[in-house]
Design a protein around this ligand. Structure first.
Ligand code: SF4
Length: 397
């Protein structure tokens, strides 16, 4: 072992490793509070076209199933200027999409005494030139206020997408989880969001089989799921997490019961997701092209992208048309729908267009710097369809 460090001093890791190497001795450092925000550390980003920006760490809530409060401590908020500077740096680097990240993003500002800080931050993102897509995760229903909905609706680069953890539709289970909203409030927020943004895709997290969950409680979750019409849901089977209050609750449910409920919940949500996706048929959407790889895309000859509402769309490039680079924006019409993805197979060039973006240029630069070739046969100079010196490219139809 070289280094032992706490969650609050991940920023010291490079120094600790270097010290361990130099001293030829294991290093230990565990700090009580955070000194450097994780996202300000040097990172290698997964993609040049989008980035994650931490706006806060820690959480002031005490959900009984969650280990975050004891691991990460109280919420710490970064100053807006620091966040906006980091976003600007990402944009200068070629990113056109950012996701604001926090355990509880809409309580952002509580540390420096500004309850409206998150809505203001969203609006400020709208002023960053070149930033085309802003997302955030995750808000907490208890702290979700109308000013955030207004900021989302009125800021064009904030995407019509919301991930709002439900966890349970039963008010009794929510109380046992120490989640301070109730199902009526949750559904009320979704109504308001959809009133202001009718095209918003809403996703959620749900835990099945929390200790003491009765069949009636579970039915309440199914009811809320039915009413909520989630585009997607991340569903989890409850399992004891040592160190959390829920781990010591009586009435832990047998695995078979949890499994059976989980199957019913996912079947319901899969049906809803398929129905909601079917409504997209015939819709024209703008996709940000993502880097695709794997056997499936090789077989289908399709590329992939994310719509503004974050739906995953696999699309084909009509013969003779420009192949986009990851980070470019493509406009297509949806021709097929499934529960977890959409398909767009444009019949001809009339039904397909590409908007080359700074993010696509950044992708080309990154490829060139890593000794790869510009993606999909696109040229570094920006002219489509140039020969890529025999390096492998993604196939097109
Ligand atoms: S589940 Fe989310 S809101 Fe609840 S304690 Fe954990 S991080 Fe905080």
């Amino acid at each position: 072992m070289d280094v032992v460090f706490g969650t609050h001093n991940v920023g010291s890791l490079p120094t600790l490793l270097e010290r361990a190497r130099h001293n030829d001795d294991a290093q230990l450092e565990i700090l009580e509070s955070l000194e450097v925000f994780p996202s300000t550390l040097p990172t290698k980003r997964d993609s040049v076209y989008s980035g994650w920006v931490s706006i806060s760490v820690g959480c002031n809530n005490t959900c009984t199933f969650c280990i975050v409060p004891s691991l990460r401590g109280k919420e710490r908020d970064r100053r807006p200027g620091e966040i906006l500077a980091e976003i600007q740096a990402l944009v200068d680097d070629g990113a056109i999409e950012v996701t604001l990240l926090g355990q509880n993003v809409n309580s952002y500002g509580v540390e420096f005494g500004d309850r409206g800080a998150f809505a203001k931050l969203l609006r400020a993102c709208g002023d960053i030139e070149g930033l085309e897509r802003v997302r955030f995760t995750s808000p907490h229903p208890a702290a979700f206020t109308d000013d955030v909905i207004e900021a989302m609706a009125e800021t064009p680069n904030v995407m019509p997408q919301l991930h709002m953890p439900l966890q349970s539709g039963s008010d009794k289970v929510l109380k046992d989880m120490r989640r301070s909203y109730r199902s009526t409030k949750f559904l009320g927020i979704l109504d308001k969001v959809r009133q202001r943004m009718p095209d918003a895709a809403i996703s959620t997290d749900i835990i099945v089989g929390f200790p003491g969950e009765t069949e009636e409680d579970f039915q309440a979750t199914l009811d809320v799921v039915e009413k909520s019409r989630f585009a997607t849901a991340f569903t989890f089977q409850y399992s004891k997490r040592p160190g959390t209050p829920a781990a010591d609750l009586p009435d832990q449910l047998p695995k078979a019961v949890v499994q059976e409920r989980f199957v019913r919940l996912t079947a319901l949500q899969d049906r809803i997701a398929a129905e909601e996706n079917a409504k997209q048929l015939g819709e024209t959407v703008e996709l940000m092209v993502t880097a695709t790889s794997g056997r499936k895309s090789e077989q289908t000859h399709r590329l992939s992208g994310r719509a503004k509402d974050q739906r995953l769309v696999h699309f084909s490039v009509p013969a003779g048309c420009e192949t986009p680079r990851p980070g470019d924006l493509v406009t297509v019409t949806i021709t097929e729908a499934a529960a977890f993805h959409l398909i767009a197979d444009p019949a001809d060039a009339e039904q397909y267009s590409v908007r080359r973006s700074r993010a696509g240029d950044a992708w080309d630069r990154a490829q060139a710097e890593s000794c790869g070739a510009p993606a999909n046969g696109a040229s570094v100079s920006g002219k489509p369809g140039a020969v890529s010196l025999g390096m492998p490219t993604l196939p097109i139809r």
